[in-house]
Design a protein around this ligand. Structure first.
Ligand SMILES: CCCCCCCC/C=C\CCCCCCCC(=O)SCCNC(=O)CCNC(=O)[C@H](O)C(C)(C)COP(=O)(O)OP(=O)(O)OC[C@H]1O[C@@H](n2cnc3c(N)ncnc32)[C@H](O)[C@@H]1OP(=O)(O)O
Length: 219
């Protein structure tokens, strides 16, 4: 089943019928319906992020850019909404579900057997000497693990620990694939692992984590 069908169905169907209290104090997340202009905006903002960390403009251009960004802030500010109501993070068809925080990766497999996602680290994610920043890999894995436990049918859980082995340098601007699955479930505990590889199948990093099901009312 396609990610959007499975994911959307899982989230919306259970959201209506479930006693959501046993998902802790989490808001109810539903997929967002947006037009193509939303993907266009997120894509442009990602490119802006890349440029913000990779350009050295003249003072005049910096001033001009600051004014334009401030104008954009003024434009968007009146539309602030509470958590769960913004499209960001809830547009299943967009890279990173349309959230600028998430890596711009696209899910291509999403079921109880596991989740696989494909994408690139970009200039925005640079650590040093052409490699992805080490802190961006836990973000990739942690978000993947949230999806894995959800696809497996586990209730809302939080990461108790996440262990990464950095095996090789993770390059920028290179298509990579990450895939993981649930290893075992013990009561509230879900143990999950995943591997990040390049197109040749070389392992760049592997990761295992414990996610603990939230108790009633737990944040
Ligand atoms: C349509 C739109 C789509 C929407 C999007 C959907 C996405 C996918 C689906 C869903 C979305 C939501 C998904 C969220 C995912 C977020 C993931 C994160 O990054 S969360 C942030 C980082 N993590 C924290 O901030 C946790 C902070 N820590 C805690 O809150 C607690 O420590 C917690 C809940 C993890 C455990 O605390 P306790 O008091 O409830 O439970 P205790 O008794 O300590 O532990 C339970 C068992 O786990 C073991 N345990 C706990 N921590 C451990 C550790 N660090 N190492 C080993 N064992 C540990 C314990 O030993 C115990 O095991 P024994 O039952 O005795 O066998």
């Amino acid at each position: 089943m396609r990610f959007e069908e499975r994911y959307g169905e899982a989230v919306t169907d259970s959201a209506g019928k479930d006693d959501y209290e046993h998902h802790g104090g989490f808001p109810r997340y539903t997929p967002a319906e947006v037009g193509p202009e939303y993907g266009r905006l997120v894509d442009a903002l990602r490119t802006l992020q890349d440029l913000a960390v990779s350009t050295a403009p003249t003072p005049e251009v910096i001033e001009d850019a600051a004014e334009r960004v401030e104008a954009l802030i003024d434009l968007l500010k009146p539309f602030a909404v509470p958590e769960g109501e913004q499209p960001a993070g809830r547009v299943l068809s967009l890279p990173g579900r349309g959230s600028l925080l998430m890596l711009p990766w696209t899910v291509e497999k999403f079921d109880a057997e596991g989740v696989r996602s494909r994408g690139m680290f970009r200039r925005y994610h640079l650590g040093g000497n052409g490699a992805a920043h080490g802190g961006t890999l836990p973000l990739l894995f942690d978000d993947l693990f949230g999806m894995i436990q959800h696809a497996y049918g586990r209730p809302i859980s939080r990461t108790a620990y996440l262990h990464i082995n950095y095996r090789k340098i993770t390059p920028l601007d290179t298509e990579l694939v990450v895939e993981g699955s649930v290893d075992k479930v013990e009561g509230r505990k879900t143990f999950i692992s995943a591997v990040l590889k390049d197109r040749e199948g070389t392992v760049l990093a592997d990761c295992e984590a414990l996610m603990v099901q939230l108790l009633k009312g737990q944040p």
